[in-house]
Structure formats: C-alpha cells, structure tokens
Design a protein around this ligand. Structure first.
Ligand code: NFS
Ligand code: SF4
Length: 655
C-alpha cells in the first residue's frame, strides 16, 4: 500500500516511537495525516468564508486559456475574484503569524518592565552591554543612570511600538538606508505593530480591500512589523534579561530523556517560564524531593522553540522538534509536558491519556481541555516553577512498565547569535563581519542561506531540511538556521565542526580555520530577527552592495506549516531576500497572485517568493540566485579562481 510505503521520518528515534504508538493504540499526527486528506480548494487558498453568504469556493482555472467571460464567472457570491480571495487568505495568515510573534514580544516587554521595576523576582538584567546598545538605538539617555532606570525607558518605548498609530517602528532604523527608503516609497514601512495586524483584519473583511496588490502591500507592512518589530523586540529583550547566546555544547533527540530521573519537557515559545524551570530544576530541595519519590534527579529538556531558547542560553538538551511532541509522551517516561503558547498540538492531551504524562498548560491565553493548568505569573515566577516541578515529581511513581526511551541522541553546538558571529571572526577588540565578507568576496563562501521553519506531517519528517542543507553546504553555502529546521539538522549531526567535512572545499577551509560548523544554530523563530541583523551587518561592512537585496543570500522554509512561517517569509522577501518554501503553496488558486509574488515582486522588493518541494531542486534555485547576485556584484570570477586554488592546494597536499 502507498500509505505503508511513505517514509514518515528520517529520524530513527521518531520511527521507533511511531511504531510504539501504533502498538500502544495512541493516536499521533503522523497517522492522522494519512486519514485527514487536505481539502484541495482550501489548500490553494480558493475558499472564502469571510461572510455567511459563503463559504464560496473559487478554485483555480484548470485550463490556461480561460476566456475573460469564464474567468468572470469564477467569483464568490459578492463578486470577489479568485485573486481577491487568495490574497485575502494569504494576508490573514500573515496577520496571524505576525500577531503570534508580536504577542509573544508583548509578554516579554511586560516581563522586562517588571524586572526593571524590581517586581519580577528571579529575573534580572543580565546583559548590560546589550542593554546599552539598545538604549542607543532607542535614543534613551545613558549618562550615570542605573541599568534599571534605562531599562524602564526602553521598556516603555518598546511597549509603544505596539500601540503606535503613525510614523515608523523604531527598529526599522537598523535596516540599510536604501531599504528604508524603498519601504517609504512603497508605503509599507510599518507604523505600529497592533495597527498593522488590525488593519489587515479590517481590509480582509467582506467588502473592503478588493485589489490583490493593495492587500499584499498591507500584508507586507504587517510582516515587516513582525520581523523588524515584534520578533526583533522579543529577541533583544530576551537577550538582555536572559543573556545573549554564546557557543554552547548540548545534545538532541528523544534519547536525552532519562530512565531513572523525573523527565520534564518544556514545550512552546516564551522563554520566561523555561528560564525559571531551568533554575528550579537545580534546587537541592526539589532534587531531594524527587529522590524521596524514587528518582535520581530532575531531567529538564526542551521542545520546539522554547527548546532553542534554553539550549542557546543554558545548554539544556532538546528532546525534539515539532512532530516529536506526541512521541515524547509515547516513550512512557515523561512525567510532565509543560506548555505555554504556539505549535502545541491538542493531540498531546489525548496521547497523554494513554500514558501517565501530565500536560500542564501555563499561559492564560492557551488552555487545553482536560489538561492541568498552573498559571505562570512573572510576579511569582520561582514559586510557580517550583509548583510545576513538584507536580511532575509527584507523577513519577505513576510511571508504568511500558517505557522505551530510544537510544538516539546527537551532539551539537549552538549559540551563534549575531554578536557571537561578530566576535568569532575577530575577537573582542576587532569584532567585525570583515572576514565573512572577505570570504564571500574571495569566493570561498559562495553565499549565505537562512534555512528555517517547521516540520509538516505532509512530508517526510526532517528529510527536506536535511537534504536541502547538505546540498547547500556541499556547494559552499554557509547555512544559518533557527526553529525546528535547526533541530532537524542538529539531529543529523550537521551542527558539529566535524560536519565541515561534508562542505565544499571553500566553506570547509573557512569552517576549519574558525573551528565552526558549516551550519550555524541562531535560535528560535523570533530569532530570525538575528538573521536580519547579521545580513544588515554584512551590508554595512561593505563590499557586497548597499542593500540587503544585493547580498548573495537566500532563504527557505522547506517543511513549513505555521502561519508564523509565512509572516517570516514575507518579511524576508520584503527585506530583499529570495525565499523558497516547500510542502505546498497557499496562493496557487490564482495564477496572477502567485506570479506577482514569485516574479513581479523581484522588481518591487528585490526579493521574491519561490516554491519547490524537492530539496535538491530547491537548493539549485537558491544557489542560482546566489550566483546571480555574485555576478551582479562582479564576484563571479573570484569564485572560479578560488576553486582552482583549492584544487591546487589539494594536489600539493597529496604530494
Ligand atoms: Ni517556528 Fe517555533 Fe517549530 Fe514552526 Fe513551531 S516551533 S516558532 S512555527 S513548528 S519552526
Ligand atoms: Fe463569498 Fe464574498 Fe462572502 Fe467571501 S465575502 S464568502 S466570496 S460572498
């Protein structure tokens, strides 16, 4: 049967747990995906349910030579065309994605203000240097003021970014001048974060904006409010409170769970709770309590983006990425799965009922029917963390006999923030992007790719990420990663310096000289803002053009599923980056809209969208784009030379 033939994952731990789930009778996303076929009309963006005269289904024309009369007949009850319907759906998805990142940021700003005011026990201002740098960006006076006083001003200004009605978001000032001028000219410079999300919802309401170009311009403004607003604010303030990531060693995959300890996984996105749990898990009193219940200790691991946050800052192990959340429960060895917001499948509750795992929701915005709820409140963070861990410890004696922890885990090095990359290349006193730019100019590094995003149950788990990234590094493209994509490649061993052996000769020589892997883990999905900053630093360092769209770079989300990924893609495109998505593409219901995003956008933004489900072809699209940019910069000859040099070097080594 075809269903049996489709390979569900390339990860042995995942496959082992899928098999166990089936024996145990637990319902998991991998199997539900087989039963739940996607609706073809919804998938192409052609279903409108913006009013109760619908839902109206306006599927894409099946023949390319559709006459205008035929096309005119393909509209909703209100007369909305396929173009309008598709663009409205696309815009709403981006609004939801931007809202998710930005509402996360809002919580971070609230916690930051409480911390500065001394009202959040357990939280401190950890990275003074970053605080002062942000103060300069925000125009906050430093003088002889205390860190707390400076932080209060920054926090207030950051909070204003949400409610601001006019003008431009502060952090857009960090973008290259040329880019900002373009945004102004196109009238897509984001005014206020909340305003852009609300306006997107308004404009997509029945009977408002009914021109796809106009709708897509608003979707761009909303996405830019995410990348250069919400996400960037979240990353910056999290770094100040919890520390800016530096290289750290850790391990990943379900094999990080321990047979003789209380296993707690923290899953979701906002690092505040996870930070407190990381501290509480070291508390001798709680460790003794765990021992009193027969466990050897408390083992805390992460999942999804929360995992990336605590990995980058504490080196805590990662249990897995998005499609492994239910499987962690299937091990039978998980006492508690603690969740906050985003990417948490409701299915975990049902799976948990087959085992002893407690699902503990912690955010007032995200409840799950049947789960235990312990509200996380920054005013009492350490106490709440203790309460959560006690609930997990109390559950240890309930662990049954049906336990199997896959003996699979991989080492990795993470923690490549913009600051780290800067430092690694020149040391503290000469920190700069010069060596990276020089290696791009001399052709050892062909270009840089950001490979990010989710897992998707419609494609073989981790497969597209890993094959794409392998192909890119083989072709001397340095890869920057975040999110679940980073975890896929970490599991495949690509985040170790030894992985340089898989890279092309040029990239390999650079990685070996710096002692870094060819694939750099930059953090969670809000940390895609770090990629924007790194790219801007490349422009500012010189020699690679004067705008982000001049750089030999490309982006991809090969297994995307979340609306957040679409918002990220759109802000990358709007920042001038060619961005390719896999799995499926949500605007195929209109050829005109799709052509606009894939082709015409290039003339508008310098960056455009692409779609390709095959990883090798996806890599080719990205590499072709990188080569095109190299040529425009006059760097195509340099690469030919360096490859010759490498050949020569190797023949010399052989002598
Ligand atoms: Ni990003 Fe992170 Fe993963 Fe996708 Fe979800 S965890 S915020 S959305 S699934 S990469
Ligand atoms: Fe149909 Fe128009 Fe209503 Fe959409 S807004 S459901 S296309 S009538």
């Amino acid at each position: 049967m075809a269903e049996e033939e489709r390979k569900l994952s390339i990860d042995p731990a995942t496959n082992e747990m899928i098999a166990k789930a089936r024996v145990d009778g637990a319902s998991i996303a991998f199997d539900r995906a087989e039963k739940m076929k996607p609706c073809p009309i919804g998938q192409e963006g052609s279903c409108c349910r913006m009013c109760s005269m619908g839902p109206c289904r306006v599927p894409a024309a099946r023949n390319r030579d559709e006459t205008p009369e035929e096309k005119a007949r393909r509209t909703g009850v209100c007369g909305a065309t396929a173009e309008t319907i598709v663009a409205r759906n696309f815009t709403r998805m981006i609004a939801a994605g931007s809202a998710a990142h930005s509402d996360h940021a809002r919580k971070v700003v609230e916690a930051f203000l409480l911390t500065a005011e001394g009202k959040a026990p357990g939280f401190i201002i950890k990275d003074e240097q970053k605080l002062l740098a942000l103060a300069l960006d925000f125009g906050v006076e430093i003088g002889n003021r205390t860190n707390e006083a400076i932080a209060i001003d920054i926090g207030k200004l950051a909070m204003q970014e949400f409610g601001q009605q006019n003008g431009e978001l502060r952090l857009t000032r960090r973008a290259p001048l040329k880019r900002r001028e373009l945004w102004r000219k196109l009238e897509v410079a984001p005014r206020g974060i909340d305003r852009e999300v609300v306006e997107s919802m308004h404009r997509t309401h029945m009977g408002v904006d009914q021109d796809y170009r106009s709708l897509l311009a608003q979707s761009m403004r909303t996405a830019l409010a995410d990348g250069w607003g919400g996400s960037m604010i979240a990353t910056e303030l999290q770094d100040i409170m919890f520390g800016t990531p530096a290289p750290v060693f850790s391990q990943i995959n379900l094999g990080v769970l321990k047979a003789d300890e209380v296993n707690v996984i923290i899953h979701g996105h906002e690092p505040a709770l996870a930070e407190m749990l990381a501290v509480a898990a070291q508390d001798p009193e709680l460790i003794d309590y765990a021992k009193s219940k027969g466990a050897k200790g408390i083992n805390l691991a992460g999942m999804c983006c929360t995992a990336n946050e605590i990995l980058m800052r504490h080196g805590l192990p990662i249990a897995g990425n998005f499609l492994q959340q239910e499987l962690a429960i299937v091990t039978g060895a998980l006492e508690a799965l603690v969740v906050d917001v985003q990417c948490i499948m409701q299915g975990i509750q049902d799976v948990a009922e087959c085992y002893h795992t407690k699902i503990i929701t912690t955010d007032p915005r995200a409840h799950i029917t049947g789960a235990m709820h312990i509200d996380f409140d920054e005013h009492h963070a350490p106490e709440t963390a203790g309460k959560i861990l006690r609930a997990a410890i109390d559950n240890f004696p309930n662990r049954g006999k049906n336990v199997r922890i896959p003996d699979v885990k991989t080492d990795l090095i993470a923690g490549f923030s913009h600051e780290t990359i800067n430092y690694l290349q020149g040391g503290l006193f000469r920190a700069s992007y010069r060596p990276l730019n020089e290696n791009i100019i001399n052709g050892r590094i062909r270009g840089v790719a950001g490979v990010v995003g989710c897992n998707n149950a419609r494609v073989t788990h981790d497969d597209v990420h890993v094959r794409l990234v392998r192909e890119l590094i083989k072709n001397d493209v340095l890869v920057l990663q975040t999110g679940c994509s980073a975890m896929a490649c970490a599991k495949a061993g690509l985040m170790l310096p030894e992985a340089a052996a898989e890279a092309g000769p040029g990239l390999r020589s650079v990685c070996e000289a710096l002692g870094i892997p060819p694939v750099l883990h930059m953090g969670s999905c809000v940390d895609n803002a770090r990629i924007l900053i790194a790219a801007t630093a490349m422009v500012k360092d010189g020699g690679l053009g004067d705008d982000l769209s001049d750089l030999p770079v490309a982006g991809a989300a090969p297994e995307w599923m979340s609306e957040k990924a679409l918002s990220i893609g759109q802000y990358f495109v709007g920042s001038g980056v060619y961005t390719v998505f896999g799995v499926n593409w949500p605007t195929t219901g209109s050829r005109e809209v799709t052509d606009y995003l894939f082709k015409e956008y290039e003339a508008v933004y310098g960056g455009m969208w692409g779609f390709e489900s095959d990883p090798i072809r996806m890599a080719k699209l990205m590499i072709d784009h990188i080569d095109k940019k190299r040529k425009l910069l006059g760097l195509d000859k340099a690469r030919e030379r360096v490859l010759f040099d490498m050949e020569m070097r190797r023949s010399m080594e052989a002598v």
